[in-house]
Design a protein around this ligand. Sequence first.
Ligand SMILES: [Zn+2]
Ligand SMILES: [Zn+2]
Length: 239
Amino acid sequence: MTDNKVNCLICDAEIEYLENAIEMKCSSCGKFFTSNARCENKHFICDSCHSKKGIAVIKAICIEEQSKNPIEIFEKICHNSNIHMHGPEHHVLVGVSLLTAFYNANAPEDRESLEKDLGEMIYRGRRVPGGVCGDWGTCGASISLGILASILTKASPLTTDSWGTINTVTSKSLAKMGEIGGPRCCKRNGFIAIETGIDFIKEEFGVDLERTQPVCDFVKYNKECILMKCPYFPSHHKK
Ligand SMILES: [Zn+2]
Ligand SMILES: [Zn+2]
């Protein structure tokens, strides 16, 4: 597989999205899946194969990470060559960045609990398929924030207050994304979800995470970049 950040991992051709999902064979693991996405040369890579290396990298980086700044952690991991420009690994990445910063700010010695919660974040986040922003009307980066909020508040389908809290935080993040509009960008929406998460953690737990102004370093990889319409476009933040 190629190491590119954007296109088909087999042949580097552009990805196309079909209006109706069809059964396709994964070019990497050979298993059959029903999907809307394939490359122009009809290669299909399943979500699991697409994000396998990236998720292993995410866990290894987070467990060693000391930063209390989730934006910095997200940016650092996004620069790793195993993380693609867009892809379902972001459904894990948003939550683990916030989770790691939260532990580093709140309980830096408790690596055992961090590791346990990272495992849970990865288990839940990787079940959110790619492309759900456009197919389900619910961006996976916001869902990742919702999963993080669920883990931290120990919510479940049966809880009362925390059930409300976690659905509210997801909706706040989605509202900001919806106002800006598409096409999707896993970096822009990652930043929006993380900024929403920093406010949430302050309100809910009184923990101040470090924060810096996100400035996107990935414009060159994103041919659908909305440029000046994006709040993180570099020229908005020139000193
Ligand atoms: Zn291809
Ligand atoms: Zn596969």
